[in-house]
Design a protein around this ligand. Structure first.
Ligand SMILES: Nc1nc2c(ncn2[C@@H]2O[C@H](COP(=O)(O)OP(=O)(O)OP(=O)(O)O)[C@@H](O)[C@H]2O)c(=O)[nH]1
Ligand SMILES: [Mg+2]
Length: 409
């Protein structure tokens, strides 16, 4: 589908009258044309291009029931009070069981929906993988061109949505409720990678402080950004009582001012793929009970690479009081498994070799760094270096995988 303005001009198309002034009827009609896949929908998108990048698009994602809609409603109220014109796009999760869109979002937002400065639209995701409907991006473009100051997009975080939320939102907020079990931890670990702001929702419930602490710890383990880079804040909100909203709005706007506006339009596909691979590595690591039970934590991931760490406990030692070889193998093998599965297709280990250079003792932190040496359609080879905190080598490992045709997401 062409989105080149020149094509639109050649086709003699003009912007719908009133759209740039944000007239509700014009906005609603343009969105309907896009949703229905009208023959001129592509041309309409093309005419919007010169008018994009003025709005600040805030994406709100998180597990089902995390409290996203309640948060959107409260944030909407806060931004309205600051004199903004706001649009909300709620992408309903469609349940494969009922087949229909889950209703309720519009009902809960009803109070603000009637406001002259608010435009609310629900979009069915129609089973599209990853929580964003194919037309969500186009709808956001219409609202951007229509001059809304802020556009809030609510979407369910699941599987492959990382790349899509990057292409839709300038500022990405990930909502985490307290008291998540291990399964949801895995989702959280993946989606954390794309967060500009982390929000612990339902701060009135037990476990909220622990959840905030967990998130801060997870962030702390991640590689530090360059000097001057945005530092991801962790905020707690009790959205159903409107508490914590001023701080959240301040941080979201600060991120927008930090180069956020129009950022969604310049997402480099390579950077998006790297973010998706990184998210996948963290998600896979969190979903590995053996690694978790051993105390192995993932600190970095990307296409073809992974880095994991382990602080040696007394129960990691052998009868000589040094680190058990099996533990070092497990650490190296975890990095190998994550790196080889980072591309999104299931990779099965078929061969591994390890050499040991130096003993390690309790209390030491070992790092295993895996990188891809070669990769063909069916086979890939990885090298893993295990080092101590001072950088001295403990072990080196090479492994080969068979790449199956199955997909992770
Ligand atoms: N205790 C408490 N409950 C909350 C809070 N915010 C939301 N909830 C409740 O959590 C449930 C889910 O809230 P929603 O806002 O619909 O969550 P959601 O993430 O939009 O859900 P989906 O769109 O279905 O994925 C509802 O029963 C809310 O009443 C809060 O601050 N405190
Ligand atoms: Mg919702």
């Amino acid at each position: 589908m062409s989105t080149d303005p020149a094509d639109a001009r050649a086709a003699g198309l003009h912007l719908p009258p009133g759209l740039l002034r944000g007239e509700r009827g014009a906005v609603a009609r343009a969105i309907s044309r896009i949703e229905q896949g009208a023959p001129d929908a592509a041309a309409l998108r093309a005419t919007l291009v010169p008018h994009l990048g003025r709005a600040h698009v805030i994406g709100i994602t998180g597990a089902p029931g995390a409290g996203k809609s309640t948060l959107v409603h409260a944030l909407l109220g806060e931004l309205l009070a600051r004199g903004q014109r706001i649009a909300v796009v709620a992408v309903d999760p469609s349940s494969p069981l009922s087949g229909g869109a889950v209703l309720g979002d519009r009902v809960r937002m009803g109070e603000h929906g009637a406001h002259a400065d608010v435009f609310i639209r629900s979009v069915a995701s129609r089973g599209h993988l990853g929580g964003l409907s194919p037309t969500t991006r186009a709808i956001v473009d219409v609202l951007d061109a229509a001059g809304f100051h802020t556009i809030i997009v609510e979407t369910v975080g699941a599987g492959q949505s990382e790349v899509e939320i990057m292409a839709v939102a300038d500022t990405r907020i990930v909502v985490c409720p307290p008291g998540l079990g291990d399964e949801v931890q895995a989702i959280k670990a993946g989606i954390l990678e794309i967060a500009d702001l982390l929000v612990v929702s339902k701060a009135d419930l037990p476990g909220a402080d622990a959840a905030a602490r967990d998130l801060r710890e997870m962030l702390h383990l991640r590689a530090q950004g360059a000097a001057g880079a945005w530092k991801v804040p962790v905020l707690s909100v009790h959205a159903s009582a409107g508490a914590g909203m001023a701080a959240l709005a301040d941080q979201a706007l600060a991120h927008g001012g930090h180069g956020g506006h129009g950022r969604r339009l310049h997402v480099d596909p390579k950077a998006a793929a790297a973010a998706a691979a990184s998210a996948r590595v963290f998600r896979l690591a969190a979903g590995d009970p053996y690694a978790r039970a051993t105390g192995i934590v993932c600190v970095r991931g990307g296409p073809g690479g992974a880095e994991v760490q382990l602080t040696l406990r007394p129960d990691h030692l052998n009868f000589n009081g040094t680190c058990h070889g099996g533990v070092i193998f497990a650490l190296a093998d975890t990095a190998f498994g994550l790196a080889s599965n980072s591309h999104g297709t299931v990779a099965a280990g078929i061969d591994a070799h390890i050499t040991y250079q130096q003993a390690a003792r309790a209390g030491e932190t070992l790092t295993a760094q895996a990188r891809e040496v070669s990769r063909s359609r069916k086979l890939a080879v990885y090298r893993v270096d295990v080092t101590r905190a001072d950088g001295r080598p403990v072990s080196s490992f090479t492994g080969t995988v068979y790449v199956t045709g199955q997909h992770h997401d």
